[in-house]
Design a protein around this ligand. Structure first.
Ligand SMILES: Nc1ncnc2c1ncn2[C@@H]1O[C@H](COP(=O)(O)OP(=O)(O)OP(=O)(O)O)[C@@H](O)[C@H]1O
Ligand SMILES: [Mg+2]
Length: 390
């Protein structure tokens, strides 16, 4: 029995490109991701030819949808500017965020050499109107990046900064849940997306654009294109800081951010135990490799304070991240206790900094935000060499 992917290719063979060639022979198709009745792929063409390809895209999408068993098909048309700098892909269909562009060219990213040695190639283009972009990251999943990202953003907002939040975790977006957002973003001026505004902050997540049940199967180039579009094709307005909630790991998404976005710095989240710290170390090493300054480490799920008796217990240990920060010569930004309230509020779409602005947990995030703001004003320090244990 032919696989769904083969069926898609067979259907596409009946569609002619503007020059008459069958679509699969043009070399312009991305990897076809087909799973559970959902099909995603993109067509990447020269930016000047985008208009002549739109009907091909539409026919391809229709054809794929007509395959029995296909519940949804999303085909993105991406215009690639040849020889230009900055944002190389110009998506022409605002709702087609999961489109595949070309992989981020390493040469267009941050210099990988040693800072201060010879002329530096130009870094990635900024996002007009957006000041510092900071990534909240960790090597390990589930350590509380998203919780820290949203509360840090709120605390920075309370320091008087204009803050936006981008959920770059396209594998498992968290913002819709963390902020209880059900609505979909509208388009603005026909080609761009308007972010959703919550707590006075523009926020954007791939989770606003796809159904919750949609399996997040993304291949490298698709990850890059989706991120690039969420960064560059959304009306962020004027922001002092954009907080980016990263997916776990040190893979394509992180490298894309570092290569395509002028990241001002990274905040690394870790729980106190050794295993998480090893992953945090990997995260730090990755950002350093792409010359993104590490603003510091946050120890999350630190000391547990019993809500009934007030007893402190160090469930995952305590102080490990602080110690690690010293060892790696990066600032320690502060600790956030393991607290039932933080989890419950997060699950209810009410981050503690917004829902209990004067409570002790909000205070913890405010202290971290103050240090992050401080870190954003100082120049990056030369990074000492670190060794990563396998
Ligand atoms: N300090 C804390 N106290 C109690 N629960 C917490 C705390 N921080 C995070 N959590 C809970 O832990 C779970 C994981 O947190 P979160 O989603 O922020 O982690 P993550 O690192 O973003 O995960 P992923 O790697 O899947 O993106 C959530 O249920 C969250 O509410
Ligand atoms: Mg997360």
């Amino acid at each position: 029995m032919a696989s769904l992917k083969d069926e898609v290719l067979a259907k596409l063979a009946a569609i002619a490109a503007p020059d008459g060639q069958p679509l699969p022979s043009t070399g312009k198709l991305s990897e076809i991701v087909a799973s559970d009745g959902k099909v995603f792929f993109s067509i990447t063409v020269d930016a000047a030819q985008v208009r002549t390809w739109e009907h091909v895209r539409a026919s391809a999408e229709r054809a794929v949808r007509s395959i029995p068993g296909v519940q949804s098909a999303m085909v993105a048309l991406t215009g690639e500017r040849t020889g230009g700098g900055g944002a190389a892909s110009a998506p022409v269909r605002p709702t087609a965020v999961p489109g595949a562009g070309r992989p981020a060219p390493a040469a267009a990213g941050r210099p990988h050499g040693h800072p201060g040695h010879g002329p530096q190639p130009a870094g990635p283009a900024g996002i007009p109107g957006v000041g510092a972009i900071i990534a909240v990251a960790s090597g390990k999943g589930g350590v509380g990046k998203s919780t820290v990202a949203i509360n840090l953003a709120l605390a920075l907002r309370d320091l008087g900064l204009k803050v936006g939040v981008l959920d770059a975790d396209i594998y498992g977006p968290s913002l819709p849940k963390l902020l209880a957002i059900k609505e979909r973003p509208q388009t603005s001026g026909g080609t761009r997306l308007k972010p959703i505004v919550r707590h006075g902050m523009p926020v954007m997540s791939i989770g606003f654009l796809v159904e919750e049940e949609t399996p997040m199967i993304w291949r490298g180039p698709m990850v890059m294109s989706a991120l690039t579009q969420m960064l560059r094709e959304v009306d962020w307005g004027n922001l002092d800081v954009m907080v980016v909630d990263m997916p776990p790991g040190t893979g394509d998404a992180q490298l894309t951010m570092a290569q395509q976005v002028p990241l001002k710095g990274a905040v690394i989240v870790s729980t106190p135990q050794d295993l998480a710290l090893i992953d945090a170390r990997r995260g730090i090493a990755m950002f350093r490799r792409v010359n993104v300054p590490v603003l510091g480490i946050v120890e999350n799920m630190s000391t547990f304070i019993c809500p009934h008796c007030g007893t402190r217990s160090d469930i995952f240990g305590h102080g490990g991240a602080h110690h690690e920060a010293e060892r790696l010569a990066v600032p320690f930004l502060g600790e956030v206790p393991l607290a039932l309230e933080i989890r419950e509020k997060s699950d209810a779409g009410l981050p503690v900094v917004a829902s209990e602005p004067d409570g002790p947990h909000a205070q913890a995030f405010r202290a971290i935000a103050a240090r992050v703001r401080e870190g954003l004003q100082v120049e990056s320090r030369p990074a000492p060499k670190i060794v990563i244990e396998a």
